[in-house]
Design a protein around this ligand. Structure first.
Ligand code: UDX
Length: 472
């Protein structure tokens, strides 16, 4: 069966919406991306992606105002499309629940302009039963039930590799309770599931191929909703688990990297998401773990395991502060260089970033900080303006200059390739405290550093420091 173009509307131009819109166009579909923020729409029409994401500027340039049109008019987009993907925000409410008011508002607006059959697709991460609420909301707004279906098609993309993740997914999950709706989603994803996309000239490379196209898993809508929350909660659990193990390794002088490798070689466990650090952050894991916990609570199900996952994650940041204290004795008045503000490398996103939490805690302890991030400084300055104790600098060596210690808080690839000799010369004391395990402790000791990392024995300088100090 050859691929056909499908007319698609994507509502919301955030991470998931924008990436989905340009990737659907890349797959051969005709897309309208709707956002109610006029400035955003104008920026996207002008070619500004608004987020730092690999391959996104190229795809936007290729398709903007042709195969992807940006507009604010949801009614027009609804009329023109066969499938409408809802990709608006589902922020965390005070109780931990996902706030679904944006989803509801979009559903009501779609209902007002719907006259022929459409498939409404939940792309945002939503709790189980959301599809039923969307359905009810459409019906309350006067739409006959034969005029629409609600489908859940969760997205698993990661920031930084979002485009490649979208076009080369491990799996495509389609939760549909009607054959008609499932057929539309099958048609939309056919370029990927048939492998045809991976033979096209200039296709975006990734893990899938014509020989190994991604599988499409058809489930009930409720199962698909749970798959998304359960997957993110499980990944967060894996990170908290290895962080707890790393603490055990620190207490016993074992090496968590060896332990993680030994565990990960078991194919039932697998090696991914076993990197210890300063805890997970970002726009998804913290919010989704809280939302999943809250869903369980509302259903009367004891899922305290998730509370423990959150506790370990919070504790991991405090442990890091204690590590800094253990290296510097006292914190008040200490000058620290900080590398990294984003919640992970290759993104300018600082939402729920453990690096920012740690910077705030250190400022609270009376430290003064010179911080560098390759992409996230502008966003950080908006929430944490520079002041007498906080400076933002333009490179890693300036951050380290004359500092009592250098802290590594984000796993940017460039932070793993620093000129160690230059760093050594710049620091007041050659102390590096690495929350991301970017360096080999033996190498750091050889280069004259006191090096503390996560779950690995501390490394102390092996060269004669008196000699070095006099040669500076
Ligand atoms: C995540 C999911 O991976 C993705 O499937 C979902 O759609 C959205 O949420 P993302 O938030 O982009 O993606 O980041 P991810 O790469 O998963 O990392 C999340 C956090 O966990 C980061 O703070 C990262 O530093 C941390 N992490 C990840 C670890 O601490 N250790 C690991 O081994 C992996």
């Amino acid at each position: 069966m050859s691929s056909q173009s499908v007319k698609i509307a994507v509502v919301g131009s955030g991470y998931v919406g924008l990436v989905a819109a340009v990737c659907f166009a890349e797959m051969g579909h005709e897309v309208i991306c709707v956002d109610n923020d006029e400035r955003k729409v104008a920026a996207l029409q002008g070619g500004d992606t608004l987020i730092h994401e690999n391959s996104l500027p190229e795809l936007l340039e290729r398709y903007r105002n042709t195969k992807v049109r940006f507009m604010t008019d949801l009614a027009e987009a609804t009329r023109e499309s066969e499938a409408i993907f809802i990709a608006v925000g589902t922020p965390q409410s005070e109780t931990g629940d996902a706030d679904l008011s944006y989803v509801e508002a979009v559903a009501c607006e779609i209902a007002r302009s719907l006259t022929t059959y459409k498939v409404i697709v939940e792309k945002s991460t939503v709790p189980v039963y959301t599809n039923e609420w969307v359905r009810r909301s459409m019906e309350r707004n006067g739409v006959a039930h034969h005029l629409f279906d609600v489908v859940s098609n969760p997205e698993f993309l990661r920031e930084g590799t979002a485009v490649a993740d979208f076009l080369h997914p491990d799996r495509i999950v389609v939760g549909a309770d009607s054959d008609r709706a499932a057929a539309v989603l099958n048609r939309i994803y056919l370029p990927l599931t048939s492998g045809e996309y991976y033979e096209r000239d200039g296709f975006i490379a990734g893990g899938c191929s014509v020989q190994e196209p991604p599988p499409l898993l058809l489930t009930s809508t409720k199962s698909a909703e749970i798959i998304k929350h359960a997957s993110n909660a499980f990944l967060a659990l894996k990170i908290s688990f290895i962080n707890a193990v790393s603490n055990l390794c620190e207490a016993t002088d074992a090496n968590v990297e060896q332990v993680a490798r030994g565990m990960g070689l078991d194919s039932r466990i697998g090696p991914k998401f076993l990197r210890p650090g300063i805890g997970y952050g970002g726009s998804c894991f913290p919010k989704d773990v809280a939302a999943f916990r809250s869903v369980a609570e509302q259903l009367g199900i004891d899922f305290n395991l998730l509370t423990e996952v959150e506790k370990i994650n919070t504790h991991q940041k405090k442990r890091f502060i204690n590590k800094v204290r253990s290296a510097l004795w006292t914190l008040r008045g200490k000058r620290l260089g900080v590398l990294g503000l984003a919640f992970k490398g290759d993104t300018d996103d600082i939402r729920e970033s453990p690096a920012i939490d740690i910077v705030e805690m250190l400022l609270g302890e009376g430290c003064s900080i010179a911080a560098f991030d390759p992409a996230a400084t502008v966003r950080t300055e908006e929430v944490l303006p520079s002041g007498p104790n906080l400076r933002y600098v333009n490179d890693a060596y300036t951050a380290a200059d004359d500092a009592d210690a250098l802290l590594i808080l984000t796993d940017w690839p460039e932070f793993a390739k620093l000129d160690l000799k230059r760093l050594y010369k710049g620091l007041r004391y050659p102390i590096v405290i690495d929350g991301r395990n970017l360096y080999d402790p033996h190498v750091m000791a050889e280069e004259g550093f006191t090096y503390l990392s996560v779950g690995r024995p501390a490394a102390n300088p092996v060269r004669d420091l008196t000699a070095v100090a006099t040669s500076r």
